[in-house]
Design a protein around this ligand. Structure first.
Ligand SMILES: NC(=O)c1ccc[n+]([C@@H]2O[C@H](COP(=O)([O-])OP(=O)(O)OC[C@H]3O[C@@H](n4cnc5c(N)ncnc54)[C@H](O)[C@@H]3O)[C@@H](O)[C@H]2O)c1
Length: 391
């Protein structure tokens, strides 16, 4: 797939980044957006980024220019006609995406691979709208695409295995870390990471600890780069809430993914985080940052509860065959920079200990949210480890 001409539909945050990545890897790239202003903005953005990299010595100005020259910013849809792989990165709306895939099929030849960068929609459903569904696949980049190494490859039910293998090989060549995931809501990262936010919100809502203390426990004691509240403020409460709510709905109201009223109210108040100057923290005044209660015992309880919920989620993803144990750990360490893979972490902590923590939470609350994954329980019974064989 070395000399493939790559098409990108949608030149927003993701499309412009994907175009930069593909052109940097040496491909000719055609970027189409229905909004000429968005296209121009994306062009300016990529130009600025590449020249800034040259100024910082990360590449020469000649290399930056060569990359830019490989990208054609197209204001006509027909310009995509001779691309061999097209990655769609338009708005997250199933009907709009299906219509674009149908238009693409009418334009390109029968061997062109059609990929979607969707975060939350069913790839299978998009493929089903196509004449040749075997060539449709999910290629899920993370934001910003040029910096984030992880890519989740999500074949639809109908996707040909050879198309999946070609995409995996190509993204490896682009220098990406590639994991393969089942076409289920949230794929790996957006599913397994849910408890990081939701359990932190729950601990706060129950009055067990304040925001600063929960963040302190997860960073100082847990080694996470950002505490959950700092991270939600960074992502934006609107975006984070929407992902949680859509995951919860897509999983038929699975109680583990139930959204939080606290976060919903923050969104309603417009306290979205950094971008609005106020979220769980204040960013627009000189108010002193709230100090955590540096109580080791409390901190350890917070860490143990959130981390075990994450481990349970990772084990359950493995139980349902979403991805391999290796890919689940790789996705979490590279997609959201967790300090350790969750399954490796549970091996280290002891799977029995994780089961005990889940059972204690369940005993306390009697909520399905705290049910232990059958896989964890089975492994604890047999004394197994996730990565025993590799060591
Ligand atoms: N932003 C993220 O963090 C992120 C991460 C991973 C995946 N995604 C997914 O990537 C996709 C794009 O997200 P984004 O954040 O880049 O969106 P965005 O709003 O920044 O950009 C979308 C672009 O698509 C264009 N567009 C809309 N409809 C179009 C059409 N019919 N034909 C051509 N162009 C059209 C818009 O003009 C806009 O420029 C979504 O499916 C999203 O779920 C987003």
């Amino acid at each position: 797939m070395e000399n493939l001409k790559i098409g990108v539909v949608g030149s927003g945050t993701m499309g412009r980044g994907i175009a930069q990545v593909a052109a940097t890897a040496g491909h000719q790239v055609v970027v189409y957006d229905k909004d000429p202003q968005a296209l121009q903005q994306a062009h300016n953005f990529v130009e600025r980024i590449l020249h800034r990299q040259a100024e910082k010595g990360r590449m020469t100005h000649q290399q930056a220019t060569a990359i830019l020259n490989r990208i054609y910013w197209a204001d006509t849809f027909n310009s995509l006609s001779d691309c061999q792989l097209i990655i769609e990165a338009i708005i997250e709306n199933l009907e709009v995406k299906k219509a674009v895939f149908q238009q693409l099929e009418a334009l390109v030849n029968s061997t062109t691979i059609l990929a979607t960068n969707t975060s939350s929609l069913s790839v299978t459903s998009i493929a089903a709208a196509c004449q040749i569904p075997q060539r449709v696949i999910g290629i899920h980049f993370f934001n910003p695409a040029p910096l984030m190494k992880l890519v989740e490859i999500a074949p639809a039910l109908q996707t040909d295995a050879s198309i999946r293998d070609q995409c995996v090989a190509m993204l490896h060549n682009w220098g990406k870390i590639v994991v393969v995931t089942k076409d289920t809501p949230g794929f790996i990262v957006n599913r397994v990471a849910r408890p990081f936010y939701s359990e932190a919100l729950r601990i706060y809502e129950e009055g067990i600890a304040d925001i600063a203390t929960i963040d302190w426990a997860m960073t100082a004691l847990g080694g996470f780069r950002m505490g959950p509240f700092t991270l939600m403020d960074f992502i934006g409460n609107d975006v984070n809430y929407a992902v949680t709510e859509s995951t919860w709905r897509a999983f038929f109201h699975e109680p583990r993914y139930k959204p939080s009223f606290t976060q919903k109210r923050f969104v309603e108040a417009g306290w979205l985080g950094r971008k609005t100057g106020r979220g769980y923290y204040h960013y627009d005044d000189n108010a002193p940052a709230p100090q955590p209660k540096r109580d080791e015992q409390l901190g350890k309880c917070i860490l143990q509860r959130i981390r075990t919920m994450l481990i349970n989620e990772a084990a359950d993803a493995l139980f349902w065959g979403v991805a391999s144990a290796q890919d689940i750990d790789l996705a979490m360490t590279t997609g959201v920079n967790y300090p350790k893979g969750l399954l490796a972490w549970s091996d280290e902590l002891g799977i029995q200990t994780c089961v005990k923590t889940m059972d204690q939470l369940y005993e306390e609350y009697r909520e399905d949210r705290y049910r232990c994954s059958p896989l964890l329980r089975r492994m604890a019974r047999k004394g197994e480890k996730f990565f025993e064989k590799q060591r």
